[in-house]
Write a protein that binds this ligand. Structure first.
Ligand code: NAD
Length: 265
């Protein structure tokens, strides 16, 4: 990677983390990386601290398409973090042995009431913020598919399918399939209200539109990865796979399905 040597470390700004990261900074300088203090000057953005830090790193650096993201763990390896802070040499060995690859991670584009879109890499969750059901009309492209009443919906990418989506018994989707998965959070199903009752997976060309039924008692909240947004007055939310992808540096021999096996079986 001769032209990609401007490196920015993203981590929680605590005294403990700053200290923990010092050997990594020395290591990077020794290997001729230039450490930059502004992420906009970086070619490589390295998050330190697990999936949580990786998700925050992408968000806080504006989902950049023109740089490489690298996840470095401080405990056990995560789904987005292939490298270990205790073994920086492994990264250099992987470069020398050509054991690295760049994965282009799907991103969901979310637009509220036609406003400027924002992005997520795991999932977007639309749910009730109070102990009351939320009612939403769900459209696949232009088709009014169902009226949902319940706690909420999770719309996940394939790489997000192993996260919140899995906890509600959604399917794990191979990241080689560009798609959006829609999973329910406690839907009400009776003679008056009916939803599909299972997760469904949409091809990458489709869009999902959610119209929140404003009955005066609706208190929706939106989660985009590990960030919460108030959408109290939102009427229409449109979700689709974004054209942009997030380039992530990973180890060749640590595939998605190996991570799934290691984490869940
Ligand atoms: P967190 O601290 O609540 O951790 C949630 C766990 O999910 C962590 O172990 C993290 O490593 C793991 N995780 C994150 N992304 C993953 C992925 N793509 N595949 C498998 N595991 C993954 O929060 P965090 O670390 O900031 O992660 C945020 C994510 O937590 C959200 O995007 C959402 O998917 C998930 N979440 C899950 C539940 C649930 O399972 N009930 C509830 C809320 C949020």
């Amino acid at each position: 990677m001769p032209n990609r040597r401007n490196l920015y470390f993203f981590y929680k700004q605590t005294e403990e983390m700053t200290k923990a990261i010092e050997p990594l900074r020395d290591f990077a300088k020794k290997h001729n990386f230039t450490l930059v203090s502004d992420y906009r000057d970086a070619d490589i953005i390295a998050s330190v601290g697990g999936d949580n830090a990786f998700l925050q790193a992408i968000r806080k650096t504006d989902f950049r398409e023109d740089c490489l993201y690298v996840g470095i763990n401080i405990d056990q390896l995560g789904f987005y973090t292939d490298f270990d802070i205790k073994d920086p040499n492994a990264m250099i060995t992987a470069v020398e042995d050509e054991q690295l690859e760049v994965w282009r991670n799907a991103v969901i584009e979310v637009s509220i009431d036609g406003q400027k879109p924002f992005y997520c890499i795991n999932e977007c969750t639309i749910r009730s913020n109070v102990i009351k059901t939320l009612v939403m009309d769900v459209f696949i492209d232009d088709l009014h598919f169902e009226t949902f009443r319940g706690d909420g919906l999770i719309i996940s990418t394939p790489t997000g399918s192993t996260a919140y989506n899995k906890s509600v018994r959604g399917a794990i989707v191979d990241p080689k399939l560009p798609s959006l998965q829609v999973s329910e959070l406690a839907s009400l199903n009776n003679n008056t209200y009916r939803t599909l009752g299972t997760s469904f997976i949409l091809g990458g060309e489709r869009s999902l539109t959610i119209k929140i039924i404003q009955d005066g008692n609706d208190h929706p909240i939106m989660g985009v990865d590990n960030e919460a947004l108030s959408i109290q007055h939102a009427e229409m939310i449109t979700l689709r796979l974004a054209e942009k992808k997030i380039k992530t540096l990973k180890l060749k021999h640590n595939s998605f399905w190996q991570k799934v096996q290691r984490s869940f079986l």
